[in-house]
Design a protein around this ligand. Structure first.
Ligand code: SF4
Length: 439
């Protein structure tokens, strides 16, 4: 049996796509193996959000070639879509297959005839969106991609060029997939998209995200529905109220801010100001005081002066956020910001990123410690924590908890009494589970 290996770079949407590739290649009769093993086919699902991601994608192709000089090496993902020529020029690479060309990828992997570079212009062709839920291996929570592509063109972002125009899965199909997940025993689903706030605008008749979420609140039997990243100006009061009242939505919001300075937000072509962002945060915590609010922060954006960074830092310091993802700005060729002259010195970007990350770690610790001594509902993952081998899982407000217990608790939501733990997780003691409830 032919063996394949996949390496995935980038965001949750890329993880989702890799799980789809894995499912399709397994259906085609290939067996999956780890990327550091000798395989007949290597698939690198690339990312192009930064120049470093480009370099990492090519490094993985070279590694695959060393692992098996006769293997077929297929590059897909955002770099393959945005800069196919860059990958095609690499001697290690056999095939470059763009996004939304799954059939071609499977043909390439099964040695059928496919052009060496198979890429469509996704800003011109309205490529279908692969509607299915996926579960990355070892995980208990399912991902459902509702939306693909983006039409916003923030000045630092290559995604609209790489992933094409915004496309959505129709509500009826979404509900059918959720029903199927429920019947397979899934207790949590993460609703994801490249630009979730753009959901439904391409459908006829068009549908707003809130309409879909209302249908899910009413008709989805899965107990834990988690929203992935949504832009601040698209998080309406109605969505916040629905999450607060529906009972099957998790009080967890990932709200990318990108910068805490209004002048920089304007240069990024973001569609809100810091006051708008603060009001969103206050509105969420007013309805759900225990909600987790996380964010993405770019530091060192072109033109960001020391004064602007200090204002930015002070703005973040004053916000009750639970965690941050900090991205040191790096020039992304093909974006508007790459043409901006006033680039910040790399050493200064590094210094600002370290300072922001330190604040982020402090905030994460403070947020977790608030729940020491309280009871949290945790969905137990199907794999134990490496090292201590304790059970692990996330609370509804996205706190990781480690605790002792039998394997039978896996994929069950249990109630744990939380206690102080490490930097990334609390300790816990099971006080209630559907199993103990049954006996
Ligand atoms: S909204 Fe902006 S940052 Fe997000 S994918 Fe679209 S262009 Fe990129």
């Amino acid at each position: 049996m032919m063996r394949f290996a996949i390496a995935t770079l980038g965001c949750k949407v890329n993880q989702y796509d890799s799980a789809m590739i894995e499912a399709r290649l397994s259906q085609a009769g290939l067996a999956r193996c780890d990327f550091d093993q000798a395989a007949d086919v290597y698939v690198v699902n690339t990312c192009t959000v930064t120049d470093r991601a480009d370099a990492e994608s090519l490094r993985l192709a070279r590694r695959a070639r060393r692992l098996n000089p006769r293997a077929r090496i297929i590059m897909t993902g955002c770099l393959a879509q945005a800069s196919p020529e860059k990958l095609a020029a690499a001697s290690e690479v056999d095939q470059v297959v763009g996004l939304a060309r799954m059939d071609d990828l499977v043909r390439a992997a099964t040695q059928q005839d496919v052009p060496r570079v198979a890429v469509s212009n996704l800003r011109k062709t309205k490529a279908a969106i692969d509607a299915a839920a996926v579960v990355p291996s070892g995980q208990t929570r399912a991902f459902l991609k509702l939306q693909e592509g983006c039409d916003q063109f923030c000045t630092f972002c290559i995604v609209p060029f790489a992933r094409g125009t915004s496309r959505s899965v129709p509500p009826r199909q979404v509900l059918e997939i959720l029903d199927a997940l429920h019947h397979k025993g899934f207790k949590e689903v993460i609703l994801s998209g490249v630009h979730l706030g753009g959901y439904g605008k391409d459908l006829s008749p068009s549908v707003d995200l809130i309409n879909l979420l209302e249908m899910i609140a009413e008709r989805c039997p899965i107990a834990r529905v988690r929203l992935s990243s949504i832009d601040p100006e698209e998080l309406s009061d109605e969505i916040i109220d629905l999450v607060a009242e529906a009972g099957n939505f998790c009080p967890h919001f990932h709200l990318p801010l990108q910068s805490g300075d209004d002048g920089i937000l304007e240069r990024m072509r973001r569609r809100y100001q810091t006051d708008d962002y603060r009001r969103r945060v206050e509105r969420i915590l007013d309805r759900m005081p225990d909600a987790a609010i996380g964010t993405d922060l770019i530091v060192g954006f072109p033109g960001e002066t020391v004064e602007q960074f200090e204002r930015y830092f002070a703005f973040i310091e004053a916000l009750p956020l639970a965690y941050f993802h900090v991205f040191p700005y790096s020039v992304r060729s093909g974006t508007t910001a790459a043409k901006y002259g006033d680039q910040v010195a790399p050493a200064e970007i590094k210094r600002r990123a370290e300072r922001m990350r330190t604040l982020g770690e402090m905030r994460r610790g403070q947020f977790m410690r608030r729940f020491v001594g309280t009871k949290l509902k945790v969905l137990v993952e199907e794999t134990r924590e490496p090292g201590c081998q304790r059970l692990r899982g996330y609370s509804r407000n996205y706190i990781k908890v480690l605790f002792h217990g039998p394997d039978q608790l896996q994929n069950h939501e249990v109630e744990v009494e939380a206690a102080a733990g490490g930097a990334m997780a609390l300790d816990g003691t099971v006080v209630q589970s559907s199993l103990s409830a049954r006996t």
